[in-house]
Design a protein around this ligand. Structure first.
Ligand code: PLP
Length: 451
């Protein structure tokens, strides 16, 4: 490993960062992270801070999970790689598939398809949705519906169903036939509707209207995050996902749950769909499935789709998609160890308790700091704090103000994620109450500095 001076001098010289403007990154270089322990990360200057980001919503068990590290090291010795394409299958992939089926059979999900990350999982699910309809002779069902403000990764399919223009406009034209409906976002919506239940009814009506306008027989799937994450943490009213399920069923449309953030306990339930009592036709997983220690993704598929694929011997039922690293044995070993630890620690319980603490604490900060326009959460360790320069007009806070909040919070011992005017809190699910108090205190200092 190079010395730290090398890292500081070369931080932005050779590297383009994801989700950053190269020149902006040079002017405002990223923190260089060189170590991690428990729920803390250490930067190149030796400063150790609480990671209120949880890596990127994915280090659910923190950074010192020895059983996962051991499983990775052991698997590297035995079988560091083999392909899962037709003709071979690494052993750990079979074991993990069996374990995932055991976990998600109560949700009706009975088949497993491995990918190498979240964006892969989303694009795979969109392809499988189209293929499902083709197998059944419904060739016209090619369109997708999703929420504005939704995030579904950065591949072409995911970018096309993404509902945030920032992730779209540099790469357009994207897939045709992607329809976006308003997000369940009471703070800002086209109707000025602040009541989440009434907003859910309006959104369901718009969905029905879009289906009627386009023709149900043109639509393959609706894809949604059970709680919108990257869009600023937007939990829908509990009635919405069940309503969407019912509308999809009535119209022969598949429902894909993008659980890439929400699964494995983050919402205080084992999955976001389970939180809302819904069984999707497919669920996309990644991130916390290996506790972030190895890039890995999964699509899980419901019984009703399985029958269509497995009872057809037509060439159209061949799954002509997949990745070199699908079912990677090291990732699968990491996944098995992660599931075991996640279950042993029963993380949804702590996620719910600590999530409530952070949500209540963030609301208390709102009473104190004018910069905070809205606080969202209430379902585990997903908290969104939306900042405004003027509460009356809801004008989004500026970059410099957000910069002051995040830098001061960091100097007070906590890494937070700023995404546009939103601060997102998504710490590891094993975080303590004491550390949550420290997060809130550091944020308090951050908001005071920006006032
Ligand atoms: N879908 C959701 C809901 C996500 O939050 C993300 C990543 O944050 C993705 C998909 C894409 O996952 P990845 O970055 O692993 O490709």
């Amino acid at each position: 490993m190079r010395d730290h001076n090398f890292l500081i001098e070369n931080n932005t010289k050779h590297l383009w960062q994801p989700m950053a403007h190269p020149a902006e990154a040079r002017a405002n270089p990223p923190k260089i992270i060189v170590g991690a322990e428990g729920v803390r990360i250490t930067d190149v200057h030796g400063q150790s801070v609480i990671d209120a980001v949880g890596g990127l919503w994915n280090a659910n068990l923190g950074y010192s999970c020895e059983p996962i590290k051991r499983a990775i090291a052991d698997q590297l010795q035995v079988l560091p790689y083999y392909s899962s394409f037709r003709g071979s299958m690494p052993g750990p992939a079979i074991e993990l598939a069996a374990k995932l089926r055991e976990w998600f059979e109560p949700d009706g999900l009975v088949r497993v398809f491995f990918t190498s990350g979240g964006s892969d999982s989303v694009d795979t699910s969109l392809k499988l949705a189209r293929q499902y309809h083709k197998i059944r002779g419904e060739h016209g069902r090619t369109k997708f519906i999703s929420f504005k403000k939704g995030y579904h990764g950065t591949h072409w399919g995911g970018a096309s169903v993404n509902g945030n223009k920032n992730f779209r406009h540099n790469y357009e034209p994207l897939l045709p036939g992607c329809i976006h409906i308003p997000a369940p976002y009471p703070y800002r919506n086209p109707f000025g509707e602040t009541d989440p239940a009434r907003l859910a009814d309006l959104i369901a009506a718009i969905l029905e209207d879009e289906i009627a306008f386009n023709g149900a027989d043109t639509i393959a799937a609706f894809i949604m995050e059970p709680i919108l994450g990257a869009g600023g943490v937007i939990p829908p009213h509990p009635s919405l996902m069940p309503k969407i399920r019912e509308i999809c069923d009535r119209n022969g449309i598949l429902l894909i749950a993008d659980e890439i953030i929400t699964a494995f306990g983050r919402t205080g339930a084992w999955t976001g769909s389970r939180l809302w009592g819904v069984q999707p036709d497919m669920a996309c997983f990644a991130k916390a499935i290996t506790n972030s220690y190895f890039p890995f993704g999964v699509v899980m598929i419901a019984e009703r789709m399985v029958d269509a694929f497995e009872s057809s011997d037509a060439r159209s039922a061949n799954i002509a998609t997949g990745y070199t690293y699908s079912g990677h044995p090291v990732g699968a070993a990491a996944g098995l160890a992660t599931l075991a630890e996640t279950r042993r620690l029963n993380v949804p319980v702590n996620a719910a308790a600590r999530g409530a603490q952070l949500f209540e604490g963030a609301k208390a900060l709102m009473a104190k700091h004018e910069l905070i326009g809205d606080v969202r959460g209430g379902h585990g360790l997903m908290i969104g704090i939306e900042c405004v320069s003027d509460r009356a007009t809801k004008t989004p806070a500026t970059g410099p103000a957000m910069g002051i909040v995040s830098e001061t919070t960091y100097q007070n011992g906590v890494m937070i994620r700023v995404s546009g005017p939103n601060i997102i809190l998504s710490p590891p699910l094993v975080i303590s109450g004491e550390d949550c108090t420290a997060i809130l205190d550091a944020l308090d200092a951050g908001f005071s500095a920006a006032a």
